[in-house]
Design a binder for this molecule. Structure first.
Ligand SMILES: [Fe+2]
Length: 233
C-alpha cells in the first residue's frame, strides 16, 4: 500500500474517522419522494460499457426536497460541508443507477487541502451490497486495477492505480461468495471491513478513506451518495 500521504491535513482527517455506521433515516414514502425527484433530474452521464447512469442532485429545482435531505443529513452528521466533486452545478450528491457491479475504488477526491470526512450512501432499491475494505487509502480518488491496459487509461476523474496492493492473500471464501467480478489478485493485501446489504430506509455512513466496491450481484440498483468534507476545526 503506497499513496498514503496525499492530504496536507492527514492528522485532522484521521482524528474524525470512525467505524462505518448504519442508520435508519427514511420511511418508504420519503424514499418514493426521492425516487420521483430522481426521475425528473437530467441525465449527467451514461457509461454504456459499465452500464451505469449518473444524475446529480441539483439544488434549487425542488426546494422542499432540498431542505428535507439537508435536515436528514443534519440529524446524523455535524459540521459538514458537501464536497461537490463531479458537477459544475450546485449539487448535493450523485445518484447512480447500475446493472453491473461497481468495481474497487475510493472517493477521496483530488484536493489535497481538503479535510475529507464521511460519505453517505442511501439505497433506493432493495437489492445491493456495498463492501468496505481496509487498510484505508490516503491518496487521491482512484480506481484500483492491476490490468496494464486499464492502468494506462488516464481518462476520467479517478486515478488508475495498483498502489493498493499489499502482501496478504485475500479471503478466498469471501471472494467466491461476493466478489467474482473482481480479479482475485486485485484484492491482495485487502481485508473486508464491512459488507452492507442494502435496506430501503437505511443509510450507510462511512469515512471517505475506505476503499469499496459492490458485490457481484447483477441486478439493477439505484443509490444516492453524498460526499462531505469539514472546515479546519
Ligand atoms: Fe464510491
Amino acid at each position: 500500500m503506497k499513496q498514503q500521504n496525499f492530504f496536507q491535513n492527514i492528522d485532522l482527517i484521521k482524528s474524525k474517522e470512525s467505524d462505518p455506521q448504519i442508520v435508519d433515516l427514511f420511511n418508504l414514502s420519503e424514499i418514493k419522494d426521492i425516487l420521483d425527484f430522481y426521475e425528473k433530474l437530467p441525465l449527467a452521464t451514461f457509461n454504456e460499457k459499465q452500464k451505469i447512469k449518473k444524475k446529480h442532485w441539483i439544488l434549487g429545482i425542488n426546494k422542499k426536497i432540498d431542505n428535507f435531505i439537508i435536515s436528514k443529513v443534519n440529524s446524523v452528521l455535524e459540521d459538514w460541508k458537501v464536497d461537490n466533486m463531479y458537477s459544475n452545478d450546485d449539487a448535493f450528491g450523485i445518484f447512480h443507477e447500475s446493472f453491473n457491479p461497481i468495481k474497487l475504488h475510493v472517493d477521496t477526491g483530488k484536493d489535497k487541502n481538503k479535510i475529507i470526512y464521511k460519505q453517505i450512501l442511501i439505497p433506493l432499491t432493495e437489492t445491493g451490497d456495498t463492501i468496505l475494505f481496509e487498510p484505508r487509502w490516503y491518496g487521491p480518488s482512484s480506481s484500483f486495477t492491476i490490468q496494464k491496459d486499464e492502468l494506462q487509461n488516464n481518462n476520467g476523474y479517478n486515478l488508475r492505480t495498483s498502489d493498493h496492493i499489499g502482501d496478504l492473500d485475500f479471503d478466498k471464501t469471501f471472494y467466491q461468495k461476493y466478489l467474482n467480478h473482481e480479479d482475485y489478485n486485485n484484492l491482495k493485501g485487502l481485508k473486508v471491513k464491512k459488507i452492507y446489504k442494502w435496506q430501503l430506509g437505511e443509510a450507510l455512513i462511512f469515512d471517505r478513506t475506505f476503499i469499496h466496491c459492490a458485490s457481484d450481484l447483477k441486478k439493477p440498483k439505484i443509490g444516492l451518495t453524498i460526499f462531505f468534507y469539514r472546515d479546519s476545526n
